[in-house]
Ligand binder design. Structure first.
Ligand SMILES: NC(=O)C1=CN([C@@H]2O[C@H](COP(=O)(O)OP(=O)(O)OC[C@H]3O[C@@H](n4cnc5c(N)ncnc54)[C@H](OP(=O)(O)O)[C@@H]3O)[C@@H](O)[C@H]2O)C=CC1
Ligand SMILES: O=C1O[C@H](COP(=O)(O)O)[C@@H](O)[C@H](O)[C@H]1O
Length: 491
């Protein structure tokens, strides 16, 4: 067995955070690193080198981090804050200038035993230049880990270029492509639920499952990100990555073990089995107009700050997808995601087929059958809807729907559920890749989404309007109701 001190020493890290002054770093990564420190998961030798173009000093950067931490729900403790901020140095860098990497290398050489983790919280267009300079300056070696933020490209071609640029400098085993949904606690639990319980193994296929719904609804609009979002749209922003990853975790076969390779191989099989989608019948594209959100009047997408008033970018997509393999033959997977929907809600609902022979009150035959509801956020938990006998003598043979409910928040009481980035950073520090996305996964997902984007471009139809604060265009309700089903939250 490896001695504990050696395991801990292997965690000694120099985290070079490129794009440290950006929204992602200040809002997500710094708080996640702080939390890892608070839990004693950063070794004393671990350092954070914050890199961006802005002329911060280390002190003024720490001041900025402190403001953000104080805005979070878990107030920082003075003791941890002091320990955490002592790890940080700020390095102002023009990423294209080779001389800057010499300075970085000098800093890294102060503690040569530390492993470099380079986190690219940057646009993917900069990955190539940063990777090359890290390599040629000697900052990076075979032990370095690279964390790459999404989006990796805009389509298959551009993502292959980004991946080629990374591969020219680093081995695939060094590259950690982030999909933060894989770091969410309930998403982890989906793997435990499916593969640790024999209960589900025998019902997880076309013989028992009628259909699957995956919803990722956001209450917010585009949050001042017009420049990025309008070039992307909801398909690229949410479906190509998060939604397809969730679909993979629901649909994949049991992996032989929990290794990154076994899990990724099974996910790739699902992506390869994704069927062609007919955009005239199986897809709804929407764009929000003005409406109400959180009790406030909010502008439509075309009235957002910086908007091009004629944009036909979609802010909502619903898709009836198929996984064409033996396990899922004939089972529709309904995907739905949008901005400015009535609430923030991510959930997976697995609907089971009705019992083969119905013997109860005919007037109640409409009651929904068994459903497994996996709530990813908020109110994380798992609920199994079952039909039970109603109580009372006069209600003999009457049924009622009842949940077998498991709420993570109730079970954990006041204990906080770690943020996705906290989990993912901890996995990177340990060198575990199973919660990160392999190159071929990204590329198969793009292949499928590119076909949809091409079909939309050929059809040249504007997206359907929906009012902010509604559940998307009415066509999305029709998409599922044509098959005799309805969205779970609308029942
Ligand atoms: N924000 C989020 O919630 C999410 C972001 N992402 C992705 O993460 C990446 C970063 O996003 P975000 O933080 O929002 O972006 P921001 O625009 O807020 O920040 C970008 C950061 O990159 C730095 N940067 C950009 N160009 C250069 C350059 N040429 N040389 C040096 N530094 C540069 C900026 O430095 P400076 O300001 O000093 O110029 C800034 O620190 C993007 O790819 C985004 O798509 C992914 C998921 C969620
Ligand atoms: O990657 C992205 O995800 C967020 C939604 O993430 P969540 O954890 O808040 O559900 C989305 O708002 C953003 O547009 C997208 O780029």
């Amino acid at each position: 067995m490896t001695p504990l001190k050696d395991i801990q020493a292997s965690l000694d890290t120099d985290l070079a955070l490129f794009g440290a002054g950006g929204d992602l770093s200040l809002r997500k990564l710094m708080p996640a690193l702080y939390q890892l420190d608070a839990q004693g998961l950063l070794t004393p030798q671990t350092r954070i080198i914050a890199i961006a173009r802005e002329p911060y000093t280390t002190d003024s950067f720490i001041e900025k981090v402190s403001e953000k931490l104080k805005m979070g729900s878990d107030a920082p403790s003075d003791e941890v804050f002091e320990r955490f901020t002592a790890r940080i140095t700020y390095l102002q860098m023009d990423l294209a200038d080779a001389a800057n990497y010499t300075t970085l290398n000098q800093q890294l050489n102060e503690r040569p035993t530390n492993r470099l983790v380079a986190y690219y919280a940057l646009p993917a267009s900069l990955f190539e230049i940063v990777s090359q300079h890290l390599k040629t300056s000697g900052c990076a070696d075979a032990n370095t880990r690279i964390v790459a933020e999404k989006p990796i490209g805009h389509d298959l071609e551009s993502s292959s270029e980004v991946n080629d640029a990374l591969a020219a400098c680093f081995d695939e085993s060094q590259i950690y492509r982030i999909d933060h949904y894989l770091g969410k606690d309930t998403v982890q639990n989906l793997i435990a639920l499916r593969f640790a319980n024999s209960l589900f193994g025998n019902i997880w296929d076309e013989r028992s499952v009628s259909h699957v719904e995956i919803t990722v609804a956001e209450e917010v609009g585009i949050e001042g990100r017009w420049g990025y979002f309008d070039k992307a749209g909801q398909l690229r922003d949410m479906v190509q990555n998060h939604m397809l990853q969730l679909l993979c975790l629901v649909a994949m076969d049991p992996p032989a073990d929990l290794s990154a390779q076994a899990i990724r191989d099974e996910k790739v099989r699902v992506l390869k089995a994704l069927g062609e989608v007919d955009i005239s019948t199986d897809v709804v594209r929407g764009q929000y107009g003005a409406g109400t959100s959180g009790g406030q009047q909010v502008p439509g997408y075309l009235q957002e700050e910086g908007a091009n008033k004629t944009s036909s970018t979609e802010t909502f997509v619903a898709i009836k997808a198929r996984v064409n393999n033996w396990r899922w033959s004939g089972v529709p997977f309904y995907l739905r995601t949008g901005k400015r929907l009535p609430e923030k809600l991510s959930q997976i609902v697995v609907h089971l087929k009705p019992a083969p022979h119905y013997i109860f009150d005919a007037a109640q035959a409409h009651l929904a059958g068994n459903r497994l509801v996996i709530r990813i956020q908020p109110d994380e938990g798992i609920q199994l809807q079952v039909l039970l006998k109603d109580q009372g003598l006069e209600k003999d043979r009457r049924l009622r729907e009842g949940p077998l409910d498991f709420s993570f928040r109730e079970e954990h009481g006041a204990a906080r559920i770690p943020d996705a980035y906290e989990r993912l950073l901890w996995e990177v520090l340990q060198g575990k890749q199973s919660l990160f996305v392999r190159r071929d996964e990204i590329e198969h997902a793009w292949r499928w989404c590119d076909r949809l984007n091409e079909a939309w471009a050929d059809a040249d139809e504007p997206p359907k309007k929906y009012a902010a604060g509604s559940w998307g265009p009415s066509a999305a309700v029709a998409l599922i109701s044509r098959d005799g089903f309805s969205w779970h939250d609308m029942e």
